[in-house]
Design a protein around this ligand. Structure first.
Ligand code: SF4
Ligand code: SF4
Length: 285
């Protein structure tokens, strides 16, 4: 039971946050954003003990109520004390964990409350065992966790095969996955730049189960976002692995840091300061 309740007026205004928890991983995928730059990526990362994170998230709860928190990395389960961190905060916030799925332990499944946790497993068929990933999905579902699969359209022949992907999608959904999203790959493969090098068939296949709009999936030009009113910084914030808190993942406007909570979220939408909103975190006024 909680001994403190957030202000009622603020509770009505649900907030979402993305928490880029750290920059280490037990995998070293060639498609990773950090491939070739892991050393630089982990430079400013802060590691705080579970108690400190508990206080941080409790302060946010006291001011803004339940927050929808999406945890990304690196590999979140590779963060020291991760099970304890989630155990501490999953009773007050709604958590989605984006993971490669390989480090989800029986302790985690036993110790945390699945009611408010969603596990988004990135399944890389060209690197990871399908049987092992499926077994993890089944175990999580048996304990009532919400689970879904994110599938990267990386053009490696073992990853990008329509028939196999259809089969994976069918089996994962039959095992209780709530979604099977395909994400386009941004980077180089075999000397070709993606997403520009996808064929029209590839693009259509990706869009069948794509999480984001076509413009963001394939980096198509859009009208400038500069000056448009956006709720990022009010109903949304992005926490970096270095502990800084930004309006969103693109604009670079800092609104606080994890050592000085609560972060001051705006009570009104604010004009976007940049031309190109790449992050998909835009919340219209
Ligand atoms: S599992 Fe994710 S974070 Fe880890 S190396 Fe692969 S893409 Fe990067
Ligand atoms: S970059 Fe996008 S999400 Fe960020 S402030 Fe501008 S419109 Fe909003």
């Amino acid at each position: 039971m909680l001994d403190r309740q957030p202000q009622e007026n603020i509770l009505k205004n649900k907030v979402s946050m993305t928490w880029d928890i750290h920059r280490l991983c037990n995998y070293h995928c060639p498609h990773c954003w950090f491939d070739g730059s892991w050393e630089a990526a982990k430079k400013d990362v802060i590691y705080l003990p579970p108690e400190r994170w508990k206080d941080f998230w409790q302060h946010l709860y006291d001011h803004y109520g339940e927050i929808r928190v999406t945890i990304v990395g690196g590999e979140p389960f590779f963060y020291p004390g991760f099970t304890e961190i989630i155990k501490n905060i999953s009773n007050i916030h709604r958590i989605m964990i984006s993971t490669n799925g390989s480090l989800i332990s029986d302790d985690f499944i036993r110790d945390v409350n699945p009611e408010k946790i969603t596990i988004a497993i990135s399944f890389y068929a060209y690197l990871a065992s399908f049987d092992k990933t499926l077994a993890t999905v089944k175990k999580l579902r048996k304990s009532n966790f919400a689970v879904g699969i994110n599938y990267l359209a990386y053009p490696h022949p073992l990853q990008w095969n329509y028939d196999k992907i259809r089969l994976y999608r069918k089996i994962f959904k039959e095992a209780g996955c709530g979604w099977f999203f395909i994400a386009s790959y941004w980077g180089k493969y075999d000397g070709r730049a993606y997403p520009d090098s996808y064929s029209p068939e590839d693009k259509a296949f990706i869009l069948e189960d794509c999480l984001v709009p076509q413009r963001l999936a394939f980096s198509l030009k859009a009208e400038s976002s500069k000056g448009r009113l956006c709720w990022a910084g009010g109903k949304y914030a992005s926490i970096s692995a270095g502990g800084r808190i930004y309006r969103c993942g693109t604009c670079g406007v800092e609104i606080g840091d994890v050592h000085n909570t609560p972060v001051q979220l705006s009570e009104r939408p604010i004009a976007c300061p940049v031309d190109d909103c790449k992050c998909g975190e835009y919340i219209p006024a």
